[in-house]
Design a protein around this ligand. Structure first.
Ligand code: C5J
Length: 231
């Protein structure tokens, strides 16, 4: 698409396995599941025994990237993992997986866990969507499964994604793979994604950029911001 557009703007971000080239007009910033239940002390993530500071480290880099993205007037999209209050879109297998004492739909520290409309399901205040920024509610790990994300992106002429959010090995990786299969090139800023497990953070990023960028590119948010500022 960018090759046919006389106004195309080809920006370059240093990345692995090689520089990521993108036209900001055709690139969306996709922020995955930066929800209070995953990130805040006292939420579902912590109740399961996870160290939320591992995820919270991504908030400030995402905030800076989002600010630069918004300042340039570009498309930012947010996702939230969660389910209908009557649980009709929650597969029984997902409900019982893990056999933990509290699960999806149960009362939790911030309302019913991962239920749309509950405080814990909402996005952390630091990254709260602006009016007009699409928020995609997804019942699965991948942001394309059972959502209108692909329609929103293609109707807006997007062919590249910058993917941030949590967790690196679960919803970020699943979404990048889904996007790759649908023809999107994805850049993942390593400092803007987080995992409760350092080894999964490392391997989750390695799997994206392996074999010549089998699923996408990995780099740093400061380089993405610098590319935007140069433009
Ligand atoms: C998980 C997610 N890990 N957003 N969700 O269950 O990665």
């Amino acid at each position: 698409m960018s090759g046919q557009d006389p106004t195309a703007n080809r920006l370059e971000i240093p990345a692995e396995p090689y520089p990521f080239v993108f036209d900001p007009k055709h690139t969306a910033l996709l922020i995955i599941d930066m929800q209070r239940d995953f990130l805040e002390p006292g939420g579902f993530g912590e109740a399961l025994g996870n160290d939320v500071s591992q995820l919270r480290a991504a908030i400030e880099p995402i905030r800076r990237l989002l600010a630069a993205w918004r300042a340039a007037g570009l498309l930012a999209i947010h996702t939230r993992e969660g389910h209908r209050p009557d649980l009709s879109d929650l597969p029984p297998a997902k409900k019982i997986r893990g056999k933990s004492a509290i699960g999806i739909g149960d009362p939790g520290p911030m309302g019913r866990i991962l239920i749309r409309g509950e405080p814990g399901h909402d996005i952390v205040p630091e990254l709260y969507p602006w009016p007009g920024e699409p928020v995609v509610d997804k019942p699965g790990k991948g942001a394309f499964f059972a959502t209108d994300l692909h329609a929103i992106l293609s109707n807006a002429g997007m062919n590249r994604l910058i993917v941030a959010g949590v967790t690196t090995e679960v919803c970020v990786n699943t979404t990048v793979r889904e996007a790759n299969d649908r023809g999107y090139d994805c850049f993942v800023p390593a400092d803007c994604v987080g995992s409760y497990f350092p080894e999964f953070q490392e391997m989750g990023l390695k799997m994206i950029k392996a074999q010549g960028g089998i699923f996408g590119w990995v780099g740093q948010s400061a380089d993405a911001i610098a590319a935007l500022e140069r433009a």
